[in-house]
Design a binder for this molecule. Structure first.
Ligand code: FAD
Ligand code: DLZ
Length: 522
C-alpha cells in the first residue's frame, strides 16, 4: 500500500488542514527546521524562535493524536538545511511514494515545488483552505475590473460570509465603514492593557538557546520573548484582546505612542499567519463581542475589516500577480535602505522608536509600518527590493504573500496605484497629529528649512515635486499639488536643497547580497 509523506511547513500549524484530515493511517507527518528558511532574509530571532517552538509543540500535539511524526531539528547531523531536499531525504528514509504539502504562502517555495512535480517521489500541492476567499474566487472577482479597490472586495466578502450583516443582508449599523470615528489621536494619559504573559516552557527555552547560537547575529533581541507558541496560548491572547483592547481598537487604530508598542492592537498576526488561529474564529469572536454589547460597532467593524478585507485582499493581489509583481518599481526608486533601519540610530524620534520596538518585540503596528518607516522610505526613494527584504525579515508575522503587497504596493506605490488609490506620503505634520513623538524629538516638526527642521517636511515636498508627472493627475492628490504649485520658486528651491542635503548625508546599507548589510548593527 502506498505511503505518503505529509509535509507541514512552519506557517501551516493548523490541525484540521486537509492534508492532515485526509491522510491515510500509514502516513508520516514531517516538520523540518532548516537554516535556509531562517537566512533567505535575516529573520528576527523572535520570529525564528516563535516558529520553531510552535512547530515543536505542534508536532507533540500531532503525536498525541496518534500521527506518526518525523521532526528534523536544526542541529540534527543529517539535516540538509533546505526544505525541499529535507522532504525528499525523509521521504526516502520512510519509504514514502509521494510528498503532500499544503500550497506554500510564498512564491519562491511554490515555484520550487512546482518544478519538482515530475520527480520521484512525486510532490502534490493541496489548496490552503485557511482563507475566506479562495484564489479562484478572487481571480473571478478581479476579472474584467480595471482598478481594484479593497472597499469593493470587502463589501463582497461581508455579503458572502454574512459577517456583521443583518437579516436583509445589509451592513449592521446601516454603514459599511466607521472610519470617521476611528482616527482619534491619543489622549495624554492612556493605559492600554498589558499583553498576557506566556512564561517560556522547557521547549521554548531550548529553542531560544538554539536560535541564539545559529541566528544571534540577526537584527533583534530574544529578550522578553512573549509570543503564543500553542493554539491554547493563541486563543488566550484572542480572548484577552477581545475583552481588554477591542473596545478601544477602532478609536485609536491610527494612533502612535512613544511608549506603548501595542496600544489597542490585537498582536494576533503572528498566530494567524502561522495557523494557530483561524481568521473566521477571530472575526466571529469580535462579532459576538459586539452582539453581547461589550464592544462598540465601530471597533468591531474596524477590526473585521482588517482581517476579512485587507488580509484577504492583499493575498489575492499577491497570487494574482506573482512573480511579476515583485519586479515592479514604477516610481523608479533607486536608493539603498538607510543603515539606521538595522540599528535605530537616528535622531528622528518617530523612526528611532518604531525601529527600537521592532528590535525588541519583532512588532510595530500598522501605522508605524505605513506612516513612519514606510513613509520615510517612500519619501527617500528606497528601492522596493531593499525595503521589502527588511519588512520580510523583521516582523513576527512576515510572509511574502502579505508583506509584499503592503510594502511594494501600499507603502511604495511601486505598482502605480494597482493596490492603493494614492501614495501614503505625509509630512511631519501627520506624525505630530497622530503621535506624541515630536515633543521629544530634536527636530522641530513646524520647520521645513534649517538644521533643526523635521526632515519629513522637505522630503515630502521634494517627493511630490520629483513625481509630479506620475501623481499630479490623481484626483486625490489635486489639493496638495495645488499647494505645491502655489509655492514660490525660492521656497521650492530651498526645500529641494534641504532634502537633497539630508539624503546625501544619510548612511545607506550596501545593496543586499553585495556586502554586510548588518555591519552597522553589530
Ligand atoms: P491589528 O492592527 O490588531 O489588526 C488585526 C489583524 O488584521 C492583524 O492581525 C492582521 O491579520 C490583519 N491586518 C491588519 N492590517 C493588515 C494589512 N494591511 N494587511 C494584511 N492584514 C492586515 N501583516 C502581516 O500579517 N504580515 C506582514 O508581513 C505585514 N507586513 C506589512 C508591511 C507593511 C509595510 C505594512 C504597512 C503593513 C504590513 N502588515 C503585515 C499589516 C499590518 O501592519 C499587520 O498585520 C499588523 O500590524 C499586525 O499587528 P496586529 O495583529 O496587532 O494587528
Ligand atoms: C519563516 C520560517 C523559518 C524562519 N523557518 C522555517 C523552518 O525552519 N521550517 C519551515 O517549515 N518553515 C520555516 N519558516 C516558514 C517558511 O518560510 C514558510 O512556510 C514559507 O515562507 C511559506 O510561507
Amino acid at each position: 500500500m502506498s505511503r505518503p509523506l505529509i509535509v507541514i511547513l512552519g506557517d501551516q500549524l493548523t490541525e484540521d488542514l486537509p492534508v492532515l484530515t485526509g491522510a491515510p493511517d500509514n502516513a508520516v507527518v514531517a516538520l523540518f527546521e532548516v537554516e535556509e528558511e531562517g537566512r533567505y532574509v535575516p529573520h528576527h530571532p523572535q520570529k525564528i524562535a516563535f516558529l520553531f517552538s510552535a512547530m515543536r509543540h505542534f508536532a507533540q500535539a500531532l503525536r498525541q493524536k496518534g500521527h506518526q511524526v518525523h521532526y528534523t531539528c536544526l542541529d540534527d547531523n543529517d539535516n540538509t538545511q533546505d526544505l525541499i531536499s529535507e522532504a525528499e531525504r525523509v521521504a526516502t528514509l520512510y519509504d514514502c511514494d509521494d510528498i503532500r504539502v499544503t500550497s506554500p504562502g510564498e512564491w519562491r517555495l511554490f515555484d520550487r515545488i512546482q518544478k519538482r512535480r515530475s520527480n520521484t517521489p512525486t510532490w502534490y500541492m493541496v489548496t490552503d483552505d485557511r482563507f475566506f476567499c479562495s484564489q479562484e474566487e478572487f481571480n473571478q472577482w478581479a476579472q474584467g475590473r480595471q482598478r481594484f479597490r479593497m472597499e469593493h472586495f470587502y463589501r463582497w466578502m461581508r455579503r458572502e460570509t454574512g459577517l456583521l450583516m443583518d437579516e436583509q443582508n445589509n451592513p449592521q449599523g446601516e454603514r459599511w465603514n466607521f472610519d470617521q470615528d476611528n482616527r482619534k489621536p491619543l489622549p495624554r494619559d492612556i493605559h492600554p492593557p498589558e499583553p498576557p504573559q506566556h512564561q517560556p516552557d522547557q521547549m521554548t527555552r531550548e529553542v531560544m538557546a538554539l536560535v541564539e547560537t545559529h541566528f544571534g547575529d540577526h537584527f533583534g533581541t530574544l529578550e522578553g520573548f512573549n509570543w503564543p507558541v500553542t493554539r491554547r496560548q493563541a486563543l488566550n491572547d484572542l480572548n484577552h484582546f477581545i475583552k481588554h483592547a477591542l473596545p478601544f481598537f477602532g478609536d485609536y487604530q491610527d494612533a502612535i505612542s512613544d511608549q506603548h508598542p501595542f496600544l489597542y492592537h490585537a498582536r494576533l498576526s503572528g498566530a494567524l499567519n502561522a495557523g494557530l488561529l483561524r481568521p473566521l474564529e477571530v472575526c466571529q469572536a469580535a462579532e459576538n463581542a459586539w452582539r453581547d454589547g461589550s464592544v462598540p460597532l465601530n471597533c468591531t467593524e474596524g477590526f473585521i475589516r482588517q482581517i476579512l478585507g485587507w488580509r484577504e485582499y492583499v493575498r489575492g493581489i499577491y497570487w494574482l500577480n506573482m512573480p511579476g509583481y515583485k519586479q515592479r518599481n514604477d516610481l523608479k526608486a533607486d536608493r539603498n535602505l538607510p543603515a539606521f533601519y538595522w540599528t535605530g540610530d537616528t535622531d528622528m524620534r518617530c523612526l528611532r522608536r518604531a525601529i527600537e520596538m521592532t528590535r525588541d518585540h519583532a512588532y510595530a503596528h500598522h501605522i508605524q509600518r505605513l506612516m513612519v518607516t514606510g513613509n520615510f522610505a517612500l519619501l527617500c526613494g528606497v528601492r522596493p527590493e531593499a525595503l521589502c527584504d527588511w519588512y520580510l525579515a523583521v516582523y513576527i508575522d512576515a510572509y511574502e504573500w502579505v508583506e509584499l503587497p503592503n510594502t511594494l504596493g501600499m507603502v511604495l506605490y511601486a505598482d502605480g496605484g494597482y493596490l492603493g488609490s494614492k501614495p501614503y506620503c505625509a509630512s511631519g505634520k501627520y506624525i505630530d497629529r497622530m503621535s506624541d513623538h515630536c515633543q521629544q524629538c530634536r527636530f522641530d516638526v513646524k520647520k521645513s528649512i534649517g538644521e533643526d527642521a523635521c526632515p519629513f517636511n522637505s522630503l515630502y515636498w521634494y517627493f511630490l515635486e520629483r513625481h509630479e508627472k506620475q501623481l499630479a493627475g490623481n484626483q486625490r492628490m489635486k489639493l496638495i499639488y495645488g499647494s505645491l504649485n502655489k509655492m514660490s520658486s525660492d521656497k521650492r528651491e530651498a526645500l529641494r536643497e534641504q532634502a537633497i542635503r539630508f539624503l546625501d548625508q544619510l548612511d545607506y546599507e550596501p545593496a543586499y547580497g553585495q556586502g554586510d548589510h548588518l555591519a552597522g548593527y553589530r
